[in-house]
Design a protein around this ligand. Structure first.
Ligand SMILES: NC(=O)c1ccc[n+]([C@@H]2O[C@H](COP(=O)([O-])OP(=O)(O)OC[C@H]3O[C@@H](n4cnc5c(N)ncnc54)[C@H](OP(=O)(O)O)[C@@H]3O)[C@@H](O)[C@H]2O)c1
Length: 211
């Protein structure tokens, strides 16, 4: 149990000219992003609370279609919106999610192979956008330099195996160090908050949550 957890996960007002992008993920100590094919079993109640805080701070949630299908997403509450990126447009048997007013299925434009994530985020300027993954979506966001913050929970498990890291795909060329804003721990878990270089140049207030 961590006191004042909400204080540590407060997200400042985003700059008006662009989206503020927070990546929220969990991994085992050795980097596995799933256990038994899902992320939930890696978590604990504090991690669940951080997920809720991230969602509460979000105007929009961004997620890859594979995560939606695997983790069986449910509709989110208005006025927040859930942007699901997909080439196939396949939301499996999640009819309630597909029909929800708050779900936005984002597919590539005609003649384009992929959803242009920069363009999608340009359309969300002035909003806090939380990327809930998965690793394939995150890898593209990172490679394009579109991520401001990372909320990373490290689960006290060492799993081996071939579960992917929290971001895969193209490498980040610059590899600049990110700024550590806090380290919290509870029940063997670590809760890390990092800020990228891109965020330092944005005109936002500092929240002073570093501990
Ligand atoms: N540890 C964690 O915190 C965490 C968080 C989330 C997910 N996960 C786990 O990660 C796994 C899923 O992750 P993943 O990396 O396989 O997939 P993902 O990133 O969730 O989704 C990949 C899919 O998203 C769509 N997509 C991604 N980029 C796109 C683009 N630029 N344009 C159009 N469509 C795009 C495609 O959907 P279509 O296939 O529909 O074309 C693609 O197959 C699951 O096992 C889940 O449990 C773990």
């Amino acid at each position: 149990m961590i006191e004042d957890l909400d204080r540590f996960y407060r997200v400042d007002a985003p700059p008006a000219q662009r989206a503020w992008v927070v990546m929220s993920m969990i991994a085992s100590v050795d980097g596995a992003s799933t256990m038994g094919g899902l992320s939930g079993p890696l978590g604990n109640p504090t991690d669940q609370q951080i997920l809720r805080l991230a969602r509460a701070a979000a105007d929009a949630i961004l997620v890859g279609a594979a995560t939606v299908r695997t983790e069986r997403y449910r509709p989110i509450r208005a006025p927040k919106r859930l942007y699901v990126v997909s080439r196939t447009g396949d939301l499996g048997d999640l009819a309630e999610l597909a029909a929800a007013d708050t779900t936005e299925l984002v597919r590539p434009r005609p003649g384009e192979a992929d959803v242009d994530l920069s363009r999608l985020l340009d359309g969300l300027a002035g909003q806090v956008v939380v990327s809930e993954g998965g690793p394939t979506l995150n890898g593209q966001l990172l490679a394009a330099g579109l991520v401001d913050e990372l909320f990373l929970t490290v689960s006290p498990r060492v799993l081996g195996g071939d579960s992917s890291r929290v971001a895969v795909g193209p490498s980040v060329v610059t590899g600049e160090p990110w700024e550590l804003r806090h380290v919290l721990h509870d029940d063997g878990y670590l809760f890390l908050r990092y800020r990228s270089r891109r965020s330092s140049s944005a005109s936002v207030r500092s929240s002073g949550t570093t501990s």
